[in-house]
Design a protein around this ligand. Sequence first.
Ligand code: GLY
Length: 579
Amino acid sequence: MNLNTRRSILISPGLFLSLLVISISALASPVSPQVSTALSDKGMVSTACPEATAVGAKVLERGGNAVDAAIAVGFALAVTYPTAGNIGGGGFFLVRTKEGETNFIDFREKAPLGASEKMYLDRWGKVVPQSSTLGHRAVGVPGTVSGLYKAYSLYATLSWEELVAPAIDLAEKGFPVNQELARSLRKLRKYMEEYPGLKKFQRPDGKPFLAENIFYQPQLAATLSRIAAGGPAEFYSGETARLIAREMEKGGGLITLDDLKRYRSVFREPVSGSYRGNQIISAPPPSSGGTVLLEILNILEGYEFSGQEFFSAPVVHRMIEAEKIAYADRARYLGDPDFIDIPVERLISKDYAARCRSAIGESAAPVKNITDGDSQPPESEETTHYSIIDSLGNAVAATITLNGAYGSKVVVEGAGFLLNNEMDDFSVKPGVQNIYGLVGGKANAIAPGKRMLSSMTPTMVLREGRIFLIAGTPGGSTIITTVAQMIVDIIDFNLNPQEAVAAPRFHNQWIPDLVYHEKEAFSPPLRADLERRGHKLKERSDIGDVQLILVNERGYYGVSDPRGGGRSRGVRKIERRLN
Ligand code: GLY
């Protein structure tokens, strides 16, 4: 496809004259016709959910900074985007201040103290189906409230109560369910008998929500009001903690009051590297995201892509092979850095990349130890990402998750919120695939108090020391390859932000030995070439839901992926100046 022609159509000078909030046909996308884009020089919010985007933009318009907005959006998503938005899960914030300091807030869930390495195996050592994905025993100790408060303590300019208030409003006064949420909630109905707390996700008359029905969540509003008044102490040792512990006892879960009291979110040093002169800043362990991303990009940097056609066989083949090597390292080395030593510096070094590259030939490298070469793509990859920047240049890339859609399906009785099923992100048994088909080993084995390995990849790209891209996506194991491909599309192939977000995606994660690709991502000649090289191709559903902000001399350009129902919105006018 000739994306350069499309770029000249999409970025016309008129587009940049003033703030625009428009939807443009995603000419480059075979997937869906709409990309939500916005331009502003005063601030930008891109999230997977229009109501949450509005909350973030209003915080910026009232003079809050990007972290204020990110905290308010985090709480709002727990109300309006229950597939992944949460207070019962976890996530990561990558922050860059206007002074250029970066920080990473890790509020990943932890295994309860009662957890053990073989807790999901039967007495014959076989994994008990769904034991790590459904129900009370699948739940990790939630981190979100602690993490949002940690961000608040260091960076916020508005009060905590002000930042939780929009979410309380959305829960109390309700919000109109959109088509996407109505469709997703219908899929949840099959779990309602076994997990009756889920009945809050149907109308009071017991019927499924239709688009435009108003969804009220009074219990969640009450919980959020307690959190607004009492902060994390309320969630981890107050009434909410007691309700979580009671829910766990009722359902045979492991999380106790002691687990909740001991939970701490932490600051970590982001991982940092470069790609063709651009600085890449991303998620450190316990996410595999930044390390695997840099490993892929370092390998690709040794190839000359300029002059090559976008989506040509040599380029796609090299990207697949780089992904394969990096995911094999993920399985071997990565886990919680508080429990294991991880050779991050070596894995993200240019020397190591050069050695990896020398092993890449013109054919697909054979994959050893394949457990199931005919694996199905994952059933559910629900996480959500949002990107925010304020008028001064403070920026946040945030990815949060319950893991699978609606997490463990357990709603805390009396508190009205869902709990995660993040325990499945541990390697429940070496060599056995999790819901994303990922395998792991000892590095990511379950241990009490340990954080499970993540693929979440909130990322910033700097050009000449200034922010160029803020990006991330949901998608389980595909998160990292989606972010990598988008960076390559923009840096190597000069795709504009809409094109890069809409561009077709593919994914290889070493095991299974398959190249997943979106429908019509590969043209027939490209397919034939890749198959000749030995790649096994498998079509799957859409990959990812990127929320991207690109910064250039004209301002902040927000793009929400056409694959989801997200919205990018620019700030129009700031009521009072930031400090
Ligand atoms: N639960 C998805 C991830 O953390 O990668």
